[in-house]
Design a protein around this ligand. Structure first.
Ligand SMILES: *Cc1c(COP(=O)(O)O)cnc(C)c1O
Length: 495
């Protein structure tokens, strides 16, 4: 069966999976969604005996139906290889009664690697299938982790260039250093004077700029997106929820068919949306618990049905979740509006014009699958320290938000369902915040002293991604105003 995709904002046009991956964003500004969500057609019993790569194939083939078996298996093999420091790719760790799904064993030690290690291969395969001659220019806005993961994924991939915009003062020192030391002749990194939402809005505007597209086409370029709105990022994220469930079953932690809760530290709503898609494909999931930091726009949305971005933007110790416009939420809105593109467009237009919208009662009823929670900065620190004191296991700040929300949810609801927590970054990536949560006196140490101390107290090896930047030199130093992003792109492409 051939699965087609359409925009969340209009129903008249369909595209194939490979076209949706190439375009990133639909022409009307909407996001591509599959016409129907496929059902898992392999038993959990069978999946529980498979490797990560095999599970990935079983899930992805249901979505990317215009890729041949060989093409898809090729992409999977190139993505999930020795770039990951464990053969399991996404191992599970049980700590204090919860199951932490470690999604940070790839080249940049954060969960974006799960999808960004395969996207370049999906994209170049899709370009070949569609006879694209233009060079593909990946344009990305990042709140820290996407940028480096995309740079690492695309560096020196033939037929592509990658330009990453990040908020100059809105990412961690390690995140910034990881990006500005990126090697690769086709990589460009630009800091902007503004926050992540400014960077994301600027990128969106360029994607919608017909004049710019024309100019680029003349010079043999076309844009594509590596942001989490690309369906080629979303689908690879469905894989690890299926894999985790199968692993819990294989390990005898759950019975076949037993429902589990899933807690996801959320920013752009991509990771948790993947879990929601997995549930809709038949994965036995009870509640999807959306964990926010102090930028709790999603918590408020799940409480009230009103999405309201008109609020102060707060810089927290979990910067990859410092987001006021969660782009992927649009796909959920579309689904709970019973695939009514006009209704979805109306709400998104209201968001663009007024910064807010309110969903209808019947849409709200369809949010019963979700629960929301949030953690303050103090809650986050406490979650790191208490789990460490109790078990010796060290969480990063983003995962700590989820860990706190998980505990709070259990206390409040008495729901004893077994719970999977998406662990989205290695603690080494946010060593200062993590270590000072455990003991404030560590703040006197330098960044790399902290890394060594973390190694000592957690009894885990220092990841390669950290070792590399100890000595790497800065290769990118461009900074521009948030209003100058288009000019920066034109300069880079010499158009
Ligand atoms: C991107 C990111 C998140 C948020 O994921 P979304 O898919 O944007 O909701 C959480 N934690 C870390 C470490 C991230 O990099």
């Amino acid at each position: 069966m051939n699965l087609l995709y359409k925009s969340t904002r209009s129903n008249d046009k369909t595209v194939t999976a490979s076209q949706a991956i190439l375009k990133g964003l639909a022409e009307d500004g909407g996001l591509f969604v599959p016409e129907t969500l496929p059902a898992l057609n392999v038993s959990m019993e069978a999946l529980s005996k498979m490797s990560y790569q095999e599970v990935a194939y079983e899930v992805m083939k249901l979505f990317f139906t215009d890729f041949t078996e060989e093409e898809l298996k090729n992409c999977i093999a190139k993505a999930y290889d020795s770039k990951f420091d464990t053969e399991e790719i996404a191992p599970l760790v049980k700590a204090d009664g919860a199951y932490y799904l470690e999604l940070f064993h790839g080249s940049t030690i954060a969960f974006k690697d799960m999808a960004l290690s395969i996207l370049p291969h999906l994209l170049t395969t899709a370009a070949k299938k569609n006879n694209i001659k233009n060079e593909i220019v990946i344009l990305t806005a990042t709140s820290g982790d996407t940028g480096k993961a995309a740079l690492a994924g695309f560096a020196d991939v033939e037929g592509t260039k990658i330009i990453v915009f990040y908020p100059k003062n809105g990412v961690s020192p390690v995140q910034e250093r990881q990006m500005v030391t990126q090697k690769g002749k086709n990589t460009y990194v630009v800091g902007i004077k503004g926050n992540f939402d400014d960077a994301q809005s600027g990128v969106k505007a360029m994607f919608n700029d017909k004049e710019l597209a024309g100019k680029m086409d003349q010079k043999g370029f076309q844009f594509s997106s590596a942001n989490s709105i690309n369906i080629g990022r979303l689908v690879p994220q469905v894989v690890y929820y299926v894999y985790a469930y199968a692993k819990l079953l294989a390990d005898g932690e759950i019975k076949d068919g037993e429902k589990i809760n899933v807690v996801v530290p959320t920013g752009n709503f991509g990771n948790i949306l993947a879990a929601y898609y997995a549930k809709n494909m038949g994965l036995p999931v009870n509640k999807l618990i959306c964990a926010s930091n102090e930028n709790k726009v999603l918590f408020d949305f799940f409480e009230t049905g009103k999405y309201d971005r008109n609020r102060e933007f707060i810089l927290t110790s979990s910067p990859s979740m410092d987001i006021l416009i969660s782009s992927n939420l649009e796909r959920l809105i579309y689904k709970i509006a019973d695939n009514d593109a006009a209704a979805c467009k109306g709400l998104m237009d209201a968001l663009a014009a007024k910064g807010e919208y309110t969903i209808t009662e019947s849409m709200k009823e369809q949010l019963a699958d979700f629960a929301g929670g949030y953690a303050s900065e103090d809650n986050t620190k406490e979650a790191i320290k208490s789990l460490y004191d109790k078990t010796g296991y060290v969480l990063d700040t983003h995962t700590a938000v989820a860990s706190y929300v998980c505990r709070k949810y259990k206390e409040d609801t008495k729901d004893e369902t077994k719970t999977l927590v998406a662990s989205t970054a290695s603690p080494y990536k946010f060593a200062r915040s993590v270590m000072t949560a455990i003991d404030p006196s560590y703040d006197a140490m330098s960044d790399f002293e902290l890394v060594d101390k973390l190694c000592e107290i957690s009894k885990t090896a220092v990841p390669n991604a950290i070792e590399e930047i100890r000595t790497a030199s800065v290769l990118h130093d461009t900074v521009c105003d948030k209003t100058e992003m288009k000019a920066a792109v034109e300069k880079i492409l010499a158009i």
